[in-house]
Design a protein around this ligand. Structure first.
Ligand SMILES: Nc1ncnc2c1ncn2[C@@H]1O[C@H](COP(=O)(O)OP(=O)(O)O)[C@@H](O)[C@H]1O
Ligand SMILES: [Mg+2]
Length: 254
């Protein structure tokens, strides 16, 4: 399947291969799950196929809502053809409900916040995408000072991330899922088109980088199942795919 492809980069959850033309890449979704900066690792059969399908579906819905992204098309169960970008090494996180690292970092006497507390307003955070440093949280001023992105690009990422939050919340609300938080990556297209915005949405949108809570039961339907050893991760991702109307079943996992 990938024998002829030229591997350019192998990440924790995906592999990037050379594309069919100079301005494209192929993004291949592995079954590997990692957490806590890859200290914890497992191979979960079916995860890659489900994430590829879910991400393609969501990116397509976002395009209909006017969000420009890197996806050209899905080319196989584990692969998508994407536009080649130079990724901004900043992970953009949007939060609707406090949980995870935010509660661990800030919860205390001054901010007595508990996991599961809804935020009054969705908030955006930035993290440096650098595994060796454990992806530290950074500010707008760090991003500008160290020339990771311009002030205008940060404003674009922030407003686009909030618009994406609005659309994603509705998509998940319709399938009885609460969108708790999620992470985005943006890139500068290597071959910009005339109607491109300054940055386009890249990477993936899947239960690997969204927190998704079942509205009826409160169950996590995302990578927290792996982080917290809750089990049945693939079943949870399959449930999300099915609720989104995707016709994937176990027989498509290979
Ligand atoms: N359109 C794109 N152009 C170039 N690189 C991309 C694009 N979309 C995603 N990437 C990068 O490809 C890699 C995807 O593999 P992943 O396993 O997520 O890696 P990582 O472990 O670095 O997060 C990421 O480093 C991501 O930044
Ligand atoms: Mg990644």
């Amino acid at each position: 399947m990938t024998a002829k492809r030229k591997k350019l980069y192998e990440g924790k959850a995906k592999v990037i291969f050379a594309g069919t033309t100079d301005d494209t890449l192929i993004q291949y979704f592995k079954d590997d799950a990692t957490a806590y900066n890859a200290q914890k690792h497992a191979v979960l059969h079916g995860k890659g196929v489900l994430n590829n399908a879910i991400s393609c579906h969501i990116m397509t819905l976002l395009a209909d809502a006017g969000i420009k992204h890197h996806l050209i098309r899905q080319i196989s169960p584990r692969e998508q053809l994407i536009r080649k970008c130079t990724i901004i090494p900043v992970e953009v996180v949007v939060r609707n409900i406090a949980t995870g690292s935010m509660v661990a970092r800030l919860g205390g006497a001054h901010i007595p916040i508990k996991s599961g507390t809804p935020l009054k307003t969705p908030m955006v955070e930035y993290y440096l995408k650098e595994d060796a440093l454990n992806d530290p949280i950074i500010t707008e001023d760090h991003i500008v000072e160290f020339a990771l992105a311009s002030r205008e690009e940060i404003t674009f990422m922030r407003l686009t991330a909030l618009a994406i939050n609005h659309f994603l919340r509705n998509i998940f609300h319709d399938i009885n899922i609460t969108l708790v938080d999620f992470k985005l990556e943006f890139g500068r297209a290597n071959h910009p088109l005339p109607d491109d915005p300054p940055l386009i949405l890249a990477d993936e949108i899947s239960p690997d980088n969204c927190r998704l809570w079942d509205k009826a039961t409160g169950d996590s339907k995302d990578k927290d199942r792996f982080r917290q050893d809750l089990g049945n991760l693939v079943e949870a991702y399959q449930d999300i795919a099915t609720r989104l109307g995707l016709t994937i079943t176990e027989k498509h996992y290979d």
